[in-house]
Design a protein. Structure first.
Length: 104
């Protein structure tokens, strides 16, 4: 399993208040099992949210964001993590490459 820093959307999605609700995001930790990852792609729109000040203040304007989708047979989950898609994919594949070499 690999540890990532996750951006969690905690906006109140009450349908009556949708137009006036203020986006609220927090930062947390998520451990992802690389065996269940089915896609890694750029998280569109999160850089704009960062520039607008909606994401936590301890993030730099240079941060990039990636969406990781996992599926474990019964549940599909999507996580937005800090890091570019290239870096995230490299971290996910590092352990798999080592396991394949050992099986050799």
């Amino acid at each position: 399993m690999i540890r990532f820093i996750e951006i969690m959307n905690e906006t109140n999605f009450n349908p009556r208040m949708e137009r006036v609700s203020t986006p609220r995001f927090t930062v947390g930790e998520v451990w992802i099992n690389e065996k269940y990852v089915i896609s890694v792609r750029e998280a569109i729109g999160y850089r704009a949210l960062l520039k607008e000040g909606h994401l936590p203040g301890d993030l730099s304007e240079e941060h990039q964001f990636t969406t990781i989708t996992t599926h474990n047979g019964t549940l599909t989950e999507t996580h937005v993590v800090v890091g570019s898609p290239d870096i995230v994919a490299t971290r996910l594949n590092k352990n798999q490459a080592r396991a394949q070499l050992l099986k050799g």
